[in-house]
Design a protein around this ligand. Structure first.
Ligand code: 13P
Length: 475
């Protein structure tokens, strides 16, 4: 049957009209009460700090949905009223068991009949149109920009089976599917996480899992205003003929895989290349092979309507100095941006996930927080075009507090052409794992730990983090 959501009763397409036109249209039809109700609810929602994205575009979208609901109610109501007031003889419209207990039986009959009529005839058009509108108004660039919105950053929760096993083992928990699911649920259902977390990177298993109350993780994240993403590489493997070096695999079948992940709700993806520093490494061959793979991955992502996060990680393992880390990071990023240009990747529609420029973990001379911030930003400015909307740093084995301090110091520097944000795995999760320990009784405390860590990093996005926040309550 024809739906009121696809088109109004006089054939006007409600979904493609802009908000103002809809208000006028509704008012002309004498539906002021409904449209004003929608307006009020919109104002109400805007005033409440829900943590959801509140761009003008998002508000306009919500507005249209509410108006559509009002218009739909207006259409269904007379028929249901007629039916219920006929005496409610239709047994199918009565809620079993409820009528006799209720002091207002006709009210129950009305609301149930209403719900039934609404759902049966609604035919899911509301949801579909909402999604279509979002798809029309959101493009890769706007998704990339939302991911680096001020005060927010990304949680990397895409540990592969091997890595999550290591993490769970550190708290003496076996890596069963249920334990992995339960742990991820702790993170994704933390109340208020959406205030500081813009996106979450999921693993193949995780994007298919659900919360205990039956929502897919994708839905649970979207309800928090968090954008779901997906790791698509198949891991860094030993590179033949290049001892000590790695090449990331996963390009075969990637086009089909991206289409499936997009269907499952992923709006962005991640591919990690690993460059190690050591005696006579990295070689140019290793850097270029990884850069080429990153660029081919990024091109496929954009083709599939998915924002690519390009992650060439120069490891901090080793005794090298910060100067050596600077040089290798610069060379690597140069190759990556050359390859991205060769593959016609649109810079405005991607994000870079770089390492910070640090002293090697075993280097006796450790650079200060200010030196790390200065070296990292200087290195990035040399090679990362300003067209890239944002840099989302990995933590790479720094302690959680160190990673936050470095991010904070970078954001205090002047003249940054991009958003400087985070896409931390360990630096966001370490305190959560420590508190959770696999016990249901610790979930609330673990979520508080996550919320607190995310809040500290949110402050660092503005250069407003201070050490005393470590013991303060998130505000
Ligand atoms: P770390 O922050 O633990 O380095 O993880 C980030 C990530 O996603 C690595 O690919």
């Amino acid at each position: 049957m024809e739906s009121a959501f696809a088109s109004g009763s006089d054939g006007v397409d409600l979904c493609s009209a802009d908000v103002a036109q809809q208000v006028l249209f509704a008012q002309q039809l004498g539906w002021q009460a409904f449209s004003l109700g929608a307006l009020e609810r919109m104002h109400d929602r805007e005033a409440r700090p829900t943590g959801a994205v509140k761009s003008a575009e998002a508000i306009a979208n919500e507005m249209m949905i509410l108006l559509n609901i009002d218009l739909r109610i207006a259409q269904v109501r007379p028929r249901v009223e007629k039916c219920v007031h006929r005496g409610g003889r239709d047994a199918a419209l009565q809620r079993p068991g409820s009528v006799t207990r209720c002091p207002y039986p006709s009210c129950h009959r009305f609301s149930f009949a209403f719900l039934q009529a609404f759902c049966e005839e609604e035919d899911d058009n509301l949801t579909r149109n909402h999604k279509n509108r979002i798809m029309k108004t959101e493009n890769l660039e706007s998704v990339a920009r939302k991911l680096v919105a001020p005060g927010k950053g990304i949680l990397a929760a895409d540990e592969s089976s091997g890595t999550i096993e290591k993490r769970l083992k550190s708290i003496s928990i076996p890596s069963t599917e249920e334990n992995r699911r339960a742990y991820r649920e702790v993170l994704f259902t933390t109340k208020g996480a959406g205030d500081f977390i813009s996106g979450v990177i999921l693993f193949d298993e995780t994007i298919r899992q659900k919360t205990r109350d039956g929502r897919t993780f994708v839905e649970a994240l979207e309800q928090q205003g968090i954008i779901p993403g997906i790791k698509v590489d198949k891991g860094a493997k030993a590179m033949a003929n290049f001892p000590g070096e790695k090449i990331t695999e996963g390009l075969d079948g990637l086009r089909e895989q991206l289409a499936e992940y997009r269907q499952l709700g992923a709006r962005f993806a991640k591919w990690r290349a690993v460059i190690a520093i050591g005696e006579n490494i990295p070689t140019r061959t290793c850097i270029e092979a990884n850069a080429e793979a990153l660029a081919r991955y990024a091109a496929l992502c954009q083709e599939a309507d998915v924002v690519p996060i390009v992650e060439p990680e120069v490891l901090m393992d080793g005794a090298h100095t910060i100067e050596r880390h600077f040089d290798v990071t610069e060379q690597t990023l140069r190759s990556v941006f050359d390859a991205l240009a060769e593959h016609r990747v649109v810079l405005e529609e991607m994000l870079l996930k770089p390492n910070m420029v640090l002293s090697g973990k075993e280097c006796p001379q450790q650079a200060s927080v200010e030196e790390v911030a200065e070296a990292t930003v200087r290195c990035m400015k040399r090679v990362v075009p300003a067209a890239v909307p944002g840099l989302v740093f990995l933590s790479g084995g720094q302690s959680d507090q160190q990673a936050t301090e470095h991010l904070n110091a970078m954001n205090r520097l002047q003249g940054l052409p991009w958003q400087l944000s985070f896409s931390f795995g360990r630096a966001l999760q370490a305190p959560v794992l420590k508190v959770w320990k696999g016990e249901a009784a610790n979930v609330t405390a673990a979520q508080q730990a996550f919320h607190h860590r995310a809040w500290c990093n949110s402050k660092a996005r503005f250069g407003k983090y201070t050490e005393d926040m470590e013991t303060a309550k998130a505000a």
